[in-house]
Design a protein. Structure first.
Length: 249
């Protein structure tokens, strides 16, 4: 049994066609927005993509989706080979619900709310440390590069997935501010958490993401660093849009 509840499917087809498409789309512009959790990259990326009329890739959602699909199939987070199969097999689709929010459909089920939980984030971070899982998701991410352009949000968009992107941004913010943003988001959704536990989780996830051997969280050497601590979202969006409007070398 595979991770999408079916028996072995055409993984070669799934892997090969995005690879071919990615090669064909090498000239499509990409803006990569990397950074740690809570740095504002999700909000900023979505707004910038909407203003530019470009596609949007939430790469974290792919890792989260594989993590929860593994959970649904009772796959242990230490079973690397089963997780790799999951990364190939899990059907992940993004749907605009009309309100500007993207719904994430995992194996036919709307998993948007489950994906946003800290449990899904921690599972994603654990499986994201497995090199073969990262490799399995590589071409799937590159297939999002389609005209007229792509805004790609993640941890390794500028370093590994789109190293040739003409525009690269790395967002940071103090851990305290990131925990506070997350606290507000969760509170609005009625989820009860404490600031202390959120700060601890954010610091633990940062440490795991930055210290892993493969694709650790770090800015690309040609990325523009923006510290969003104390900055309103609109100010960050304006700086990023300004970068894209400048002629590239
Ligand atoms: O961005 P988000 O918080 O949804 O990502 C969840 C986890 O997935 C991160 O903590 C990180 O471990 C992993 N991730 C990654 N590479 C990406 C995107 C996410 O390793 N490009």
């Amino acid at each position: 049994m595979t991770c999408n509840g079916t028996f072995a499917k055409g993984w070669v087809r799934d892997w090969l066609s995005p690879a071919i498409m990615a090669g064909m789309n090498a000239s499509v512009p990409v803006l990569t927005i990397d950074g740690p959790s809570g740095s504002g990259k999700g909000t900023v990326s979505r707004l910038v993509a909407a203003r530019l009329g470009w596609h949007y890739l939430d790469s974290g959602a792919l890792y989260r989706a594989v993590g929860i699909a593994a959970g649904w199939s009772d796959i242990d987070l230490s079973d690397a080979s089963a997780l790799v199969r999951c990364a190939f097999d899990t059907d992940i689709a993004f749907r605009d619900d009309g309100s500007g929010e993207l719904r994430v459909i995992v194996n036919g089920t709307d998993a948007t709310d489950e994906l946003r939980t800290e449990t899904a984030g921690a599972a994603a971070s654990a499986i994201a440390a497995i090199p073969e899982v990262r490799a399995a998701l590589k071409e799937r991410q590159r297939a999002f590069r389609k005209p007229p352009g792509l805004v790609a949000d993640g941890r390794d968009m500028g370093t590994v997935i789109f190293p040739d992107a003409p525009y690269k941004v790395f967002l940071t913010a103090s851990a305290e501010e990131r925990a506070e943003r997350r606290y507000k988001q969760l509170k609005e959704k009625g989820v009860s958490v404490t600031m202390d536990s959120l700060l601890r989780e954010i610091l633990a996830r940062d440490a795991r993401d930055a210290s892993r051997a493969v694709a650790p969280l770090r800015p690309a050497s040609d990325a523009v660093l923006i510290d969003t601590t104390g900055l309103p979202v609109e100010a960050v969006v304006a700086r990023v849009l300004d970068l894209v409007s400048r002629p590239t070398a």
